[in-house]
Design a protein around this ligand. Sequence first.
Ligand SMILES: [Zn+2]
Length: 372
Amino acid sequence: MKILFLHGWHSIVGGVKPTFLKNAGNEIINPALDDDDFDLAVHTAQAEYDQHQPDVIVGSSRGGAVALNLDSGDTPLVLLCPAWRNWGTAKFLKTNSAILHSRKDDVIPFTDSEELLANSGLPSEMLIEVGDDHRLADPEPLKAMLDACERVLSGVLIREMWTEVKQHGDLSSAATNMDLDRYFKACGTIRKAYSQNKKSGETGLRRILDTLLGCHDDWRICCHEAGHAVVAVKLRIPVNKITRGEGTFGEVQPIHDASDNCDQKSLVRYQLFYAAGAAAERIVFGTEKRTFDELVDPLEGDRQQHEQLESHERLNAFGIDIEETIACFGGEDGKKIIERVAALLKERRDKDGRKGQITQEEVAEIIGDKLW
Ligand SMILES: [Zn+2]
């Protein structure tokens, strides 16, 4: 990784943290920032960013505030107890970033970082509680900093890989045409997924993407599965499991599939059920995407189910609008319900690993409905 490291107030260039990142095999750009003139510090950092185009920006304390005030496009940030209240005007953190902070920090309060996340509407998992002080220079926080860099960068690259897959149209041509080496070289997380899935071609790429996305988008996937689960209860579709797998996606499996002798009304219910994962993602994460096609990645099982339904001869009115699916969640409280179901699913998965699952009764209880 190429990392732009922005040091804190009265810290030295080449300190413990940039040295640690460098010794881990990364290229570090570590400019000296003016301690008195904040605007000048931002200006210096901006020039270094523009010249070197780093993969990740790490900012420590006042350097975190510098990082937040940079014009840095999609480049992810890793902020160590950022002093954003004390310096600069930026009050938002972009997605694909992470904050490391200790609750015992007596210089910059932990609550400042919580507030930064809340301002930005970002999930709490982007704030990593680590270390015993403001410096974060002990072995544990140092390792957490390196892991966070890997994590935010892999997030960006995985998205890029997905975009490429979509552009190629299907997985097998993507697997032949994509410059996978570039991704493997850029990021250890991707290399690791690759070495765990040493199959080439289409199967290999699919498994890599599944592993990576599953690990990376944990909360998103929990919300997605919660969406299926909530709509299943609302539309009275019995399911036999609601799980969130480990290192892969989750599953909400109906007991009966939409069968050949399903009537039109049931087929529509199933369509809504399969679109509910994507709809839940839109409700929670607020993307601008509106159609099923835009929301569901080409490789998701939901799409295959949807296509199967679409080709069903009894179904003449196809074309579920995502708004119709969203309406199934029951208005204003929809988001809260999805998040509560997702939190329960995540809790079960964290506790029981792959076996972690929730029941339809539990979902009904959260919704406040009686199960049929
Ligand atoms: Zn789904």
